[in-house]
Design a protein around this ligand. Structure first.
Ligand code: NAD
Length: 484
């Protein structure tokens, strides 16, 4: 079976104003299968002219049609789109497996999450309300939650379907027209999703997709004055560029950036329950997860048991081609493999507790065996920097105060978990740890459509997912009527 068997659209085109069009100049970029390193197709290389056309199409669609569509009808349309996604769940999963190298079962979970986002935001579209405000005698004052207009969505390659669901899904529900710039490494499901949106009846121009390089299409979109809001998910370095570009046009920005998320295991934790979460949250999607739990902090009394059992679990991790659907797939690119290998070299002085094994890993694929380091100091680069690969470090700690200091000791603050049976400690830790999400006796890397998600510190600002996202994709107008 080849990628062509799964494609029902032309991936070398952009979708602008409801039409599939080649990027201006007809340029394309190679589409690489991370499982083999081989070229399996071409995608459009959009540039500034394509982005301008997409933003203009979004504006026309917003002004002429979309801004007048009742919220309940927007919601029905999104729910229909969710059903279309669900009907194609296996094909979308295979597209993601070809494109991202994600093992099929993990890719299928992403496709189901995309359908669920459409259902959730479809149901929420007509429940987004303003307030009435008590004011002076003779006045009636109320607020209106209005869409921004045209929103830009710049997304990374690691979870395209989930990130498109949470950002484009919420923006459409709130009444915006969207321009989506998927990552150059992985844009197939973005294009497939936009085609399904047409099939669901989304008016032409309400969702436009322009694939292309970050420095070309991405930078052009971030710098567009015609865009009213920018949602960006990706690295800190690019986030800084996007916010700087947006500032020139005074545009609001949501930044969903990186993380170094800890799981904190106390002596009284239920280790049987914790173990699958401790390992999976580090190696899921080959560790290329913003909310990957790359630091495991363990209290000294439980440390030996947790270290031994995690090492045993690592020993049984199998790595291979996405289509072989093993525990861990390849990294997205040779570049990413090089970056993670650099971190592994920095860990040469550390105690390597265990590694997974390459089982079905073709020559040329971007594979790395998952690696667990033990007894790591919180000051070590592998304990502080985002690695974005299948690497976890075990860090011992003495007591609650030290756990909080270590947990809060990086630049990031995306997700954390606390494993303890003691109720009061659960509450204290939830307050003390600096993170946008804190899980108690579980860990939800990437999951939870309903749960507001976003960072503190260099993990970013603004919230996506849940109902909270709808506030970010709207702006508030206050109406004060003096009627005597
Ligand atoms: P990246 O910042 O390189 O790319 C992300 C997107 O930005 C891509 O579409 C890319 O083309 C575009 N881009 C790159 N340069 C640009 C520029 N100058 N102007 C405008 N757009 C540009 O990130 P990546 O390597 O694709 O993703 C990995 C990073 O993303 C990690 O740090 C990870 O933690 C983070 N991430 C965060 C979340 C979250 O929700 N917080 C989710 C997934 C990934």
């Amino acid at each position: 079976m080849s990628l062509k068997d799964d494609l029902w659209f032309d991936p070398s085109k952009c979708l602008i104003g409801g039409r599939w069009v080649a990027a201006e100049g007809g340029d394309t970029l190679p589409l690489i299968d991370p499982s083999t390193g081989g070229e399996i197709g071409q995608i459009a290389r959009g540039r500034a002219a394509d982005v301008e056309a997409a933003v203009a199409a979004g504006r026309r669609a917003y002004d002429s049609v979309w801004s007048r569509v009742p919220a309940a009808d927007r919601g029905r349309l999104l729910m229909k789109l969710g059903r279309l996604v669900e009907a194609k769940v296996d094909i979308l999963a295979r597209l993601e497996a070809w494109d991202v190298g994600k093992p099929l079962a993990q890719a299928r979970a992403d496709a189901l999450a995309l359908a669920r986002y459409c259902e959730f935001y479809g149901g929420a579209a007509d429940k987004l309300m303003g307030e009435t405000i008590p004011y002076l005698d003779g006045y009636t004052v109320y607020t209106l939650r209005e869409p921004h207009g045209v929103t830009a969505h710049i997304v990374p390659w690691n979870y395209p379907m989930q990130i498109i669901g949470r950002s484009v899904g919420a923006a459409l529900a709130a009444g915006n027209a969207c321009v989506l710039k998927p990552a150059e490494e992985a844009c197939l499901t973005a294009l497939g999703f936009a085609d399904l949106a047409r099939e669901a009846g989304l008016p032409d121009g309400v969702l436009n997709v322009v694939p292309g390089l970050g420095a070309e299409a991405g930078a052009a979109l971030a710098g567009q004055d015609g865009v009213d809001h920018i949602s960006f998910t990706g690295s800190v370095a690019t986030g800084v560029k996007i916010q700087t570009a947006a500032a020139q046009n005074v545009k609001p920005v949501t930044l969903e950036l990186g993380g170094k998320s800890p799981q904190i295991v106390f002596d009284d934790a239920d280790i049987d329950a914790a173990l699958p979460f401790l390992v999976r949250a580090g190696v899921q999607n080959a560790g290329q997860t913003c909310s990957a739990s790359s630091r495991i902090l363990v209290q000294k009394g439980a440390y030996a048991e947790v270290a031994a059992r995690m090492a045993e679990a690592y020993g049984s991790l199998r790595v291979g081609r996405a289509m072989a659907d093993l525990d861990v797939g390849p990294l997205i690119s040779a570049r990413q493999k090089g970056l993670v290998s650099g971190f592994l070299e920095q860990g040469a002085d550390l105690e390597m507790a265990a590694r997974g094994r390459l089982e079905d890993a073709p020559e040329g694929g971007h594979f790395l065996a998952p690696t667990l380091f033990a007894g790591v100091s919180p000051e070590h680069p592998l304990a502080r920097d985002e690695i974005f690969g299948p690497v976890q470090v075990l860090i011992p700690f003495e007591d609650e105060a030290e756990a909080v200091t270590i947990a809060n000791g990086t630049d990031y603050g995306l997700v954390a978990s606390v494993w303890t049976r003691e109720g009061a400690r659960q509450m204290r830790m939830a307050k003390a740890v600096r993170a946008g999400q804190v899980f108690i006796n579980n860990y939800g890397a990437g999951g939870g459509v309903e749960l507001p998600f976003g960072g503190m510190g260099k993990s970013g600002h603004g919230r996506e997912k849940g109902f909270e996202a709808l506030y970010g994709f709207t702006t508030l107008k206050t109406v004060a009527s003096l009627h005597g």
